[in-house]
Design a protein around this ligand. Structure first.
Ligand SMILES: Nc1nc2c(c(=O)[nH]1)N[C@H]1C(S)=C(S)[C@@H](COP(=O)(O)OP(=O)(O)OC[C@H]3O[C@@H](n4cnc5c(=O)[nH]c(N)nc54)[C@H](O)[C@@H]3O)O[C@H]1N2
Ligand SMILES: Nc1nc2c(c(=O)[nH]1)N[C@H]1C(S)=C(S)[C@@H](COP(=O)(O)OP(=O)(O)OC[C@H]3O[C@@H](n4cnc5c(=O)[nH]c(N)nc54)[C@H](O)[C@@H]3O)O[C@H]1N2
Ligand code: SF4
Ligand SMILES: [Mo]
Length: 727
């Protein structure tokens, strides 16, 4: 075989940049940016290129591993592993019911279609409430805000970057994260474009981030954004800057919102937020009077004590100023693959329809807060979690109180993981099954890929065959189910389409695979050919003829609010009780503790990706810069006697970590910033050697400490104190 170049796209983060893979005899040689991808146009980041090192990593798990009594692993065949797993799962289900089996589906699974779909069918079949995901550490607050505002939990409104005149960024660092719940691989150019057009980009962040440094920065105290946003809305209403016409046309409940925010003039909130009242007034006026404007937030908005409220108020600002669903404002997407749309219409995407056994937290699309997993494993009684499958996740590092979870995992009757590595979580598993990398499987863009100012679609084939004995996750779910005597297709979120698929399968027309389902949905969707009914519509064949992807519309649609909103009155709800109650409880539910005077926030680094890219040689180059470091202000460092490059002990009510000190005025006094995903202790040699600590040893998994409406882990604004550790 000769060397080949294959077009594909990166599936590490939401930018989904186009790449080309150089392949020699089934082995990946290198990854490069795809110059012909219409969206990314030759841009990738260092992590995308370094995926080649993950692909070829000698530490990768390439054969099923079975744990020995001494804690090490033996390689076993798939047959041996699958027989034992399916037999033990069957026994657990027979004895305790399907509800004894838990599942954690990690972040990388969201970037492909097959795993999400088949894991969903598998769990639905077991009818288990124990479903967990990074959502409760990431975005569920955003989803719940959408449910309350629009009645549509799956909608993630996003800014119309190419056309807006004013972008308010609150709690996001797109120059490092490359955009989240906002798909724009050239987001750096998009932000620059706003200013070039004479517009403004204002970044509200406790840290002077890479994005803040390039644009206008407002330094806010961690976890006080709710007060800031209430004050911005106060000024908009109070100074007659609200768009009454838009409020009448689109919404209900604006009077309630107006009344609530009247209690929050900026002069009354500046002591909380650290932002001067006059600055808040100026910002509100500028936002409201800009020709178009959009307020956008991400994890910095989603992970505080009032996260759902903050996400809600961010949208409210765009709505009240008349910027919803119009060019240059905040837009909605209609998925090219209409999976969420079908879910909304079928009212299948639940919120608060059930409560968790531990803590009584509302479900968010069938999942409970991952923070309670440890207690769900250790708390006896009906519904106790006795088996766990964890796919593409590393919750010991990503979920609050990782230590508690690590201690609970070995008490499970069965713990199975599908992953590329032995990580800090699945080192406690009975079996680690080798998963394929995204380069080893076909995919189609869906889900958050639709939060894109340009409507785009791309699919890809696998660019290399699976290495070693790696298998696609969906096949493993399929096989386990079959070996347990369960049929996956007779039920599930796809129930309405199932009868069609099952008939086709029965008459031998097709074997139902994830790709077949997605191709079906593509044709059915808003851009599809509707099986010949819509000429020029998208078909799988047309998609394949455009390996670099297809631009389906230069701009995301506007004027579609009526189709998006699912409340029976078809209006945006601006004063739901849940939100009004949250406002009443601001500052009451979580009083400050003088023993922990500082506020800890998170941080993402250009060359880290959550917990799983610290084994790449290229990404880990640089002795000092690639160490795990706590960013501390000169004042706080001096007060605690810390020295730059020295060691610090960070203490919270939940735990203690030690790491290196970086003294920087990027953070103000009172704030410290520490990245997550460090402190390795798995099968990845270089990562283990990188040192650092798990910041989630400081965060709380107590039910009372979780955000109330969405069960969010509080990962920003955590109360801590610092001490010198090398004294
Ligand atoms: N290089 C890299 N890129 C990534 C990732 C990665 O690990 N590395 N992870 C990916 C994932 S999973 C996600 S979800 C996205 C996240 O995407 P982003 O949310 O854009 O990423 P962050 O860099 O975490 O930005 C959050 C910002 O919120 C700020 N912040 C913290 N607390 C507060 C607060 O109380 N108020 C305000 N206003 N701001 C606050 C932080 O200082 C930080 O700058 O990034 C994705 N992209
Ligand atoms: N303190 C704090 N904690 C946080 C955050 C924070 O900002 N601060 N951010 C949160 C956020 S936004 C997120 S998304 C979570 C992430 O939380 P998780 O999803 O739990 O963890 P990851 O670090 O993304 O680990 C992913 C695992 O999947 C494996 N993997 C990679 N690709 C594949 C694949 O294709 N198949 C399979 N089977 N495995 C694969 C990797 O080897 C790794 O072990 O962390 C959250 N935790
Ligand atoms: S920004 Fe980097 S990690 Fe994200 S999709 Fe593009 S190349 Fe991959
Ligand atoms: Mo995330």
């Amino acid at each position: 075989m000769t060397v080949e170049h294959r077009v594909t796209y990166c599936r590490i983060c939401e930018a989904l940049c186009g790449m080309t893979a150089t392949v020699d005899n089934g082995r990946l040689i290198e990854l490069r940016p795809d110059e012909d991808n219409p969206l990314s146009r030759g841009r990738v980041c260092p992590k995308g290129i370094a995926m080649a090192e993950v692909q070829n990593d000698p530490d990768r798990v390439l054969s099923p591993l079975r744990r020995r009594a001494d804690g090490g692993f033996d390689e076993v065949s798939w047959d041996v592993a699958m027989d034992d797993i399916s037999r033990r799962l069957r026994a657990i289900v027979d004895r305790h019911g399907g509800g004894a089996v838990g599942h954690y589906l990690g972040n990388p699974a969201a970037f492909g279609y097959a795993t999400s779909l088949w894991h969903g069918l598998f769990m639905k079949r077991l009818n288990s409430p124990h479903q967990y995901s990074p959502g409760s550490q990431d975005i569920n607050s955003r989803f719940v805000a959408s449910r309350l505002l629009y009645g549509a939990i799956s909608q993630l409104p996003f800014p119309d970057l190419p056309r807006t005149d004013f972008l308010l960024v609150l709690g996001a660092n797109p120059l490092v994260s490359h955009g989240s719940a906002l798909r724009s691989p050239r987001i750096k150019d998009d932000l620059a474009g706003i200013v070039e057009r004479g517009g403004r980009v204002v970044v509200v962040d406790p840290r002077r981030t890479e994005t803040a440094r390039k644009y206008e920065h407002l330094s806010v105290r961690p976890d006080t954004d709710a007060w800031l946003l209430l004050s911005l809305l106060h000024v908009v209403f109070d100074e007659g800057l609200a768009d009454d016409d838009a409020l009448t046309r689109q919404t209900t409940g604006s009077a309630g919102l107006r009344t609530v925010v009247s209690e929050f003039p900026p002069e009354r909130t500046e002591h909380r937020t650290g932002i001067a009242a006059s600055t808040v007034r100026d910002l509100a006026r500028a936002f409201a009077t800009a020709p178009t404007a959009s307020a956008y937030g991400r994890t910095g908005a989603c992970l505080g004590r009032h996260a759902t409220l903050v996400c809600f108020l961010l949208d409210a600002l765009s709505i009240v100023t008349g910027n919803l669903d119009r060019s240059g404002g905040t837009l909605f997407a209609r998925g090219v693959i209409p999976l969420e749309e079908l879910g909304e219409r079928a009212r299948a995407l639940s919120y608060g329809e059930s409560r968790s056994r531990v803590g009584g937290h509302p479900d968010v699309m069938g999942t409970y807060p991952a923070a309670i997993m440890a207690q769900e494993i250790t708390t006896p009684g009906v519904g106790q979690m006795r088996a766990l499958i964890s796919t593409a996740g590393n919750p010991v590092l990503s979920v609050p109180n990782g230590r508690a979870l690590a201690a609970a995992l070995p008490t499970l009757d069965l713990f199975v993981s599908m992953d590329l590595y032995v990580n800090e979580t699945n080192r406690h598993a009975d079996y680690v099954l080798p998963a394929t990398t995204f380069l080893e499987r076909s995919d189609m863009q869906w889900g958050f890929a639709s939060t894109s100012p340009t409507v785009f679609m791309q699919d890809t084939e696998a660019v290399v065959p699976a290495y070693g004995q790696a298998r696609e996750e969906w096949r493993v779910y399929d096989d386990i189910a079959r070996m347990m005597g369960m049929s996956l297709l007779a039920q599930g979120p796809m129930a309405r389409l199932n009868s069609v698929f099952m008939t086709m399968e029965r008459v031998g027309l097709l074997r139902v695979t994830p790709r077949r389902i997605f191709e079906f949905l593509l044709r059915l969707g808003p851009y599809g050919d509707r099986f010949g009914l819509r000429r020029g519509g998208l078909t799988p064949r047309r998609l394949r003829a455009h390996p670099h992807g297809v631009v389906l519309a230069e701009h995301a649609p506007t004027g579609i609010l009526h189709d998006i909103v699912q409340h029976p009155d078809r209006r945006v709800h601006l004063s739901p009780t849940e939100i009004m109650d949250e406002v009443q409880e601001l500052g009451v539910r979580h009083p400050d503790d003088p023993a922990y005077p500082l506020r800890l926030i998170g941080l993402r680094e250009l060359r880290s990706h959550n917990s799983w890219m610290h084994n790449s040689e290229t990404l880990m180059k640089g002795t000092r810069s690639r160490r795990h470091r706590a960013r501390i202000s000169p004042a706080d460092a001096a007060a605690a006697g810390l020295v730059d490059g020295g060691r610090v002990r960070v203490v919270s009510a939940s735990g203690t970590i030690e790491t290196d000190v970086l003294i920087t005025d990027e953070v103000s006094a009172g704030t410290i910033a520490v990245p997550h995903g460090w402190g390795h202790d798995g099968g990845w040699q270089r990562a283990n050697g990188a040192g650092g600590a798990n910041v989630n040893d400081l965060t709380s998994n107590r039910s009372d400490d979780l955000e109330r409406l969405a069960g969010m882990s509080v990962l920003n604004g955590v109360a801590v104190r610092v001490e010198r550790a090398d004294a």
